[in-house]
Design a protein around this ligand. Structure first.
Ligand SMILES: Cc1cc2nc3c(=O)[nH]c(=O)nc-3n(C[C@H](O)[C@H](O)[C@H](O)COP(=O)(O)OP(=O)(O)OC[C@H]3O[C@@H](n4cnc5c(N)ncnc54)[C@H](O)[C@@H]3O)c2cc1C
Ligand SMILES: *[C@@H]1O[C@H](CO)[C@@H](O)[C@H](O)[C@H]1NC(C)=O
Ligand SMILES: *[C@@H]1O[C@H](CO)[C@@H](O)[C@H](O)[C@H]1NC(C)=O
Ligand SMILES: *[C@@H]1O[C@H](CO)[C@@H](O)[C@H](O)[C@H]1NC(C)=O
Ligand SMILES: *[C@@H]1O[C@H](CO)[C@@H](O)[C@H](O)[C@H]1NC(C)=O
Ligand SMILES: *[C@@H]1O[C@H](CO)[C@@H](O)[C@H](O)[C@H]1NC(C)=O
Ligand SMILES: *[C@@H]1O[C@H](CO)[C@@H](O)[C@H](O)[C@H]1NC(C)=O
Ligand SMILES: *[C@@H]1O[C@H](CO)[C@@H](O)[C@H](O)[C@H]1NC(C)=O
Length: 672
């Protein structure tokens, strides 16, 4: 029986010879026929941060064909708003009711929050705030510790080479202006993504690191694994013309003419198809459609389907395809292919609150661009003329700081008591989540206790501080804003389909501030920001606090402000967590979906724990690592994940015979 199944699988594989070098293929296309009914070695769902890294790296092998399916269009019609850094903050496209945004809403505390996610080639890297921020060594090492005996190294040392691989770094023109420290050994210099510093520097940015230093937050180059203290971060900016460098310009445009790569736009993957005749379901391809209720097309994946749809799109597609919690799938009559309770669970996000101060009359602030259209037009012209150091348009936000729990509370006795309470409260917090599945409980326990240990025993941030030049609020002019954001939230949410229609948004339970400790930490963040505003040299630029205003002092008053104002820092993660299967995991350390063949998830949804980072930089690195794994071992994913030892089997297009023989050998030895 097992033998027959294996034989059949092998024949299917051997017979589905991929198209390649088809001269009729349009490289970046909107025509379903360009991939419909054809087979590609790799079918990638989502042309975002991770998806385009994979498209680039996997198509480096000219013997391998790659198709990318992206729901959005190419963004050409809004390219100026994508490319000019300040326009992201003033006139960005990731807003509700934009055709470039998925228009997701998440719920917490009985309220609804817009959850921006780009629907455009390049994904959220086309619309994000351009911060390039890596996590710390301790955090990546904590991630690795969740996966005992993993055959892949997810520690800092295992990922750092891929962080370097993404990057083409240029130090600031004048580092002394902002007190920025650069260690070139922490940076890559020939990667596709441009990483640099804006040529224009706001006064508030110039005084940022000295101000935080006066509070004891020292500055270093944070990109080498010690990401705590105060910094000016680099941005994803191409220093040659000051424009955004993003997944499309960095990873796709330079290779878009490869004959073995096709990118299909305006097409949404609606289902992953499986061959369920074997003992382990094998992904065979992807169904997709261009409109709700429209024609369903299909593309075959000869080797693998790679899902890179992001933190909402990925669990949604898996669930629609029968990979997810059986009770949820049953409730919509979706046949369960693999009962995987973790799909869509473990959701976590950095919850942020923004405060606003008025600045002194001679302080230049970004909101001047909003108040004065003539000024804004002048500034845009300067930008296009290459006068980058004269133009506010060239400068995104870049002042940040990571404050440890100890620094945040500024009282060691209190901090120790707080940590103890977090530990004591864990069971109650987990009970409050209402999981009926034991693996989900176990996973929550593991990530919760791991993160509490990080907060207790390392210098990693409990709170991130952010300096914003675009803080205008309630019509008040000439403002400086600062934000505080929780970096290791203890609250968890979920993403679940709300029906069988792929064009219907999933239900996002964000569950922000769902624990006492999250409230206490963000509340302390508000108080810490007030200390920053009162510290020189920044204090000299500030007149008074206008949001929430000095009347909000007691815990209750600050909580009322948090209830009204706290929202997402745009860093949701973990909805397809890389955790052991018995801890509610969705992917194994090789990014393969458990109990499937030929299916990986590679994007920000696999990140299993909170980290002091903005998630673009880690996501690029995860995708670089994933691509390297796939290339190092051409087809191991046709093996059940329990057979990792079989990983050396190679099956290139010309090597299918070897592969077939190997499969037969495995079948004979009873492994399949
Ligand atoms: C407003 C905003 C600001 C941010 N600011 C920063 C920042 O300054 N710095 C930082 O580091 N990070 C920032 N982030 C986060 C960062 O951009 C994301 O973490 C990162 O892009 C995630 O990469 P991804 O590959 O997982 O998903 P994405 O980059 O979002 O890509 C997913 C892609 O998949 C497509 N897709 C989804 N489902 C389907 C489907 N079924 N069929 C076809 N296509 C599909 C989507 O259209 C999208 O193109 C920000 C995010 C937002 C939204
Ligand atoms: C592609 O396959 C051919 C035939 O097997 C082989 O000669 C060639 O070296 C391969 N090219 C690459 C880039 O692997
Ligand atoms: C700033 O300008 C406003 C309006 O011109 C004026 O009323 C105010 O007194 C000025 N403030 C300071 C501190 O100079
Ligand atoms: C608006 O900007 C223009 C051009 O810089 C400037 O001349 C004008 O004084 C500004 N208007 C106001 C009200 O500040
Ligand atoms: C520090 O915290 C302890 C324990 O909560 C508290 O008793 C003490 O008053 C605090 N010290 C200060 C200076 O606030
Ligand atoms: C802010 O500036 C705009 C444009 O100059 C002006 O119309 C508005 O009244 C100002 N707001 C306040 C609160 O002064
Ligand atoms: C889920 O679907 C129902 C029925 O279509 C709809 O009324 C509801 O608003 C949806 N929920 C969310 C959160 O989108
Ligand atoms: C722990 O739980 C108690 C009781 O619910 C609560 O009062 C306290 O604030 C919690 N502390 C932390 C740090 O979670």
């Amino acid at each position: 029986m097992a033998f027959k199944t294996a034989l059949k699988t092998a024949l299917v594989v051997a017979l589905s010879a991929p198209v390649f070098a088809d001269p009729l293929l349009t490289k970046i296309s909107t025509k379903p026929e360009d991939i419909h009914g054809k087979a590609f070695d790799y079918v990638i769902v989502g042309g975002g941060a991770a998806g385009l890294v994979l498209a680039n790296r996997l198509s480096e092998d000219s013997n391998r064909t790659v198709a990318v399916i992206e729901a959005g269009n190419d963004g050409e019609a809004v390219m100026e708003r994508i490319l000019v850094p300040a326009l992201t903050y003033l006139n960005g496209v990731a807003v509700p009711n934009s055709e470039y945004d998925w228009g997701y809403w998440g719920s917490s505390m009985g309220r609804w929050y817009h959850q921006p996610r780009a629907k455009v080639l390049g994904g959220s890297t086309a619309v994000n705030a351009l911060y390039v921020v890596r996590a710390s060594k301790e955090e990546h090492d904590a991630w690795a510790s969740l996966l005992p005996n993993a055959d892949q190294d997810w520690s800092w040392n295992g990922l750092f080479p891929y962080m370097l691989k993404t990057e083409n770094f240029k130090p600031p023109t004048d580092a002394s202006l902002t007190g920025t420290i650069v260690d070139q050994s922490y940076h890559g210099h020939d990667g596709p993504l441009h990483v640099s510093y804006p040529e224009y520097t706001y006064q508030s940015a110039a005084v940022w690191t000295p101000t935080l230093a006066n509070l004891g937050l020292k500055t270093t180059d944070p990109q080498g694994g010690q990401g705590w203290g105060g910094f000016i971060t680099p941005n994803s900016i191409d220093p040659r013309d000051g424009t955004r460098s993003y997944a499309k310009t960095a990873y796709l445009d330079p290779v878009a003419n490869r004959p073995n790569l096709v990118v299909l736009l305006q097409s949404q993957a609606t289902k992953i198809t499986f061959d369920t005749t074997g003992s382990v379901p094998r992904a065979t391809g992807v169904d997709f459609a261009q409109t709700t209720g429209g024609t369903i097309y299909h593309v075959d994946a000869a080797s693998e389907v790679i899902v890179s749809g992001g933190v909402f799109g990925t669990p949604q597609l898996l669930q629609l395809s029968g990979i997810g919690p059986k009770p949820l799938l049953d409730s919509f009559g979706i046949p369960t292919i693999v009962d995987l309770p973790g799909v869509g669970e473990h959701f976590q996000d950095h919850v942020l609150v923004s405060m606003t101060w008025t600045a002194t009359n001679n302080t230049v602030t970004g909101d001047l661009l909003v108040q004065n259209a003539t000024f804004a037009a002048e500034q845009l012209k300067l930008f296009h003329d290459g006068q980058l150091s004269q133009s506010l348009m060239s400068a995104p936000n870049n002042g940040i700081g990571y404050v440890s729990l100890k620094q945040l509370f500024n009282n060691d006795t209190f901090t120790a008591e707080f940590i103890q309470q977090m530990r004591d409260n864990m069971t109650a917090v987990i009970n409050n989540q209402g999981f009926t599945d034991d693996t989900l409980r176990a996973g929550y326990e593991l990530t919760y206790s791991t993160e509490v240990n990080e907060l207790a025993n390392t210098d990693v941030g409990a709170i991130e501080l952010l300096l914003s030049s675009f803080g205008s609020w309630n019509g008040v002019n000439r403002t400086i804003a600062m934000q505080a954001a929780i970096q290791h939230p203890m609250s968890r949410g979920s993403v679940k389909i709300n029906g069988t229609n792929p064009f219907q948004a999933p239900i996002i339970a964000a569950n922000y501030l769902n624990t006492d400790s999250d409230w206490a930490i963000l509340r302390a963040g508000v108080r810490y920001l007030r200390r920053v505003a009162a510290t020189e040299p920044l204090a000299s630029l500030i007149v008074e606090e206008v949001r929430p205003g000095p009347q909000a002092q007691t815990d209750q008053q600050i909580d009322a402000f948090l209830y009204e104002a706290a929202s997402t820092q745009y860093h949701p993660a973990s909805t397809s967590s890389m955790l052991p299967l018995e801890k509610g995991g969705v992917v194994d350390p090789s990014l393969r979906v458990y109990n499937t063949l030929g299916l990986r998830v590679i994007d920000s949804s696999v990140i299993p724990i909170g980290m002091c980072a903005h998630l673009m930089a880690p996501t690029y690195a995860i995708a670089e690592k994933g691509a390297a794994m796939i290339k190092a071992n051409s087809v191991p994913n046709r093996m059940p994940h329990s057979e990792l030892g079989a990983g050396n089997v190679r099956a290139t297009i010309s090597g299918s015979l070897v592969f077939l023989v190997s499969l037969l050998a495995l079948a004979i030895s009873g492994m399949l």
